[in-house]
Write a protein that binds this ligand. Structure first.
Ligand code: ADP
Ligand code: ZN
Ligand code: MG
Length: 485
């Protein structure tokens, strides 16, 4: 393997990403069919998205709004005039025989995204319609299938294709770029950003060149990665493959390759088309679109908070640590929950601890998402107040979390129901401590003979006897006094 390591330092990796963002509009890009996922096959269709003759497309304003919002967040120039073009190719899931896309005047021009402290330039972002989906039927899987069916529900759903410059230099940076972009579109509310479900699709263009070279090598395009991890793995595999080709004196061929996550390998899919293969020409059924400055300014005013801004605010406004704040930014729903709960409590550290600790833990172990939880931000804030005022112990609070998540009941109601209120009555706790001492004469003798670390055992027994309800500070103090007697 020594030679492989040497070879890796001999070459530089060059990566450019093309990311398709499925825009969360209510209707399709050029017709009023709903975009809702999971509808019965071919239900969300009409003569326009079926490509019937004699119909005309009408541009969806919300898709344009979303594209402009994305462009602004990615520091892109928004084109004052943009237009649509036909991209011709034949595929059974493309009813018109062409796709309406944008060729020479994309809606968003040059921009950049900052990733791991480095600016990755964005070449452009353009609007286009999605194709339908082929379902290979008959026997199991593609290989043994006897026929294919087509579902056109997705045909005409708006996509924003965001193309980066070949500025990325490692698989790790490529993954971080994709994750950052995903987070931004989720914060903008324009896309679910779900790689598994395909609402965000990432193609990676990868080449290598001798370290220090100024010209780019021939690239291969990788497709079909449906997680961030597989983006990174597919690139690592490809870099290694290209190094081996070059080291053996061969040339890399320009092609599209399909990543197979199960085998951890990729295979050639097709040789890559050139732009002229698509015979682009201006879409005659849509007028060029003029975007006045007022339109852009309107959207600027409505721009939601972006991940970077939230990070700064969480630290500023609530004094959260870098780590806590970044977790709340990374998991948007958690951050939203925090922001709401912060209106009912000022104990922000407790809030982050509960959210990132027990609540996330319980959701994970019960395979639920925060959206599925019935716990409200207000109820969590109230529970924190009960711990802070010693109405319940932290141990009891931990026990309440699953019930709060499952039932949506307040901590107070659950404490009442289950008789869990903290006992701070000295007399009662003294009785419990005396009971523990009476039950464990051997340990008492050892403790009194100097084995002081047994103290924890006595406190533990007392807490257990009280079913976790005894005020731990009182138990500590009274147990200490009683054992010294
Ligand atoms: P094509 O004409 O094959 O579509 P483009 O020049 O339009 O190629 O670039 C498509 C994507 O590939 C962009 O994200 C770009 O940054 C990236 N890219 C271009 N050349 C290279 C290269 N030599 N190595 C890696 N990525 C590249
Ligand atoms: Zn339609
Ligand atoms: Mg291109």
């Amino acid at each position: 393997m020594a030679s492989a390591v040497a070879a890796q330092t001999k070459y530089e990796t060059v990566i450019g990403l093309e990311i398709h963002v499925q825009l969360k509009t209510a209707t399709k890009l050029f017709c009023s069919c709903p975009t809702r996922f999971g509808a019965e096959q071919n239900r969300n269709t009409c003569p326009i998205c079926l490509g019937n003759p004699g119909v005309l497309p009408v541009l969806n304003r919300q898709a344009v709004d979303f594209a402009i919002l994305a462009g602004l967040a990615l520091n892109c120039e928004i084109a004052p005039l943009t237009k649509f073009d036909r991209k011709q190719y034949f595929y059974p899931d493309l009813p018109k025989g062409y796709q309406i896309s944008q060729y020479d005047r994309p809606i968003c021009g040059m921009g950049y995204l900052e990733v791991m402290g480095q600016k990755i330039r964005i070449t452009r972002a353009h609007l286009e319609e999605d194709a339908g989906k082929l379902v290979h039927a008959g026997a199991a899987g593609l290989a043994g299938s006897t026929h294919s069916l087509v579902d056109l529900n997705r045909a005409g759903v708006p996509l924003l294709e965001i193309v980066s410059e070949p500025d990325i230099r490692s698989s790790e940076q490529a993954r971080a770029y994709a994750e950052t972009l995903r987070n931004i579109v989720r914060y903008l509310g324009i896309c679910d950003g779900n790689l598994e479900e395909g609402s965000l699709r990432c193609d990676a263009n990868v080449s290598i060149r001798p370290m220090g070279a100024t010209e780019y090598g021939t690239k291969a395009e990788l497709k079909n990665m449906n997680s961030f991890r597989s983006i990174q793995r597919a690139i690592d595999y490809e870099v290694q493959r290209q190094i081996e080709i070059v080291e053996s004196g061969e040339r890399v061929v320009q092609e599209s390759r399909l990543w197979n996550d199960a085998t951890g390998t990729s295979a050639p899919m097709r040789s890559k088309e050139e732009a002229h293969d698509y015979r682009y020409f201006p879409e005659p059924d849509l007028r060029p679109l003029v975007i006045p400055v007022e339109w852009i300014n309107d959207l600027k005013a409505k721009m939601p908070e972006l991940p970077e801004q939230r990070l700064a605010r969480l630290k500023d406004q609530f004094g959260l640590s870098d780590y806590d704040a970044s977790v709340l930014v990374e998991f948007k729903e958690l951050g939203d929950f925090f922001d709401e709960a912060a209106e009912y409590t000022t104990h922000y550290k407790a809030l982050t601890n509960w959210l990132m600790g027990d609540i996330t833990g319980y959701l994970k172990s019960s395979q639920k998402k925060l959206e599925d939880s019935k716990l409200t931000p207000k109820a969590l804030a109230e529970m924190i107040a009960m711990v802070d005022s010693s109405k319940i112990s932290t141990a009891i609070a931990k026990k309440l979390i699953p019930d709060m998540v499952e039932t949506g009941k307040s901590a107070e109601a659950l404490v009442e129901e289950q008789g869990l209120a903290q006992v701070s009555d000295e007399g009662e706790i003294r009785k419990i401590c005396e009971q523990v001492i009476a039950d464990n004469p051997d340990n008492v003798a050892q403790f009194r003979a100097g084995k002081e670390k047994l103290f924890g055992f006595f406190v533990g027994q007392a807490m257990k006897l009280s079913r976790g309800k005894a005020n731990p500070e009182l138990v500590n103090r009274l147990m200490g006094e009683l054992l010294k007697q």
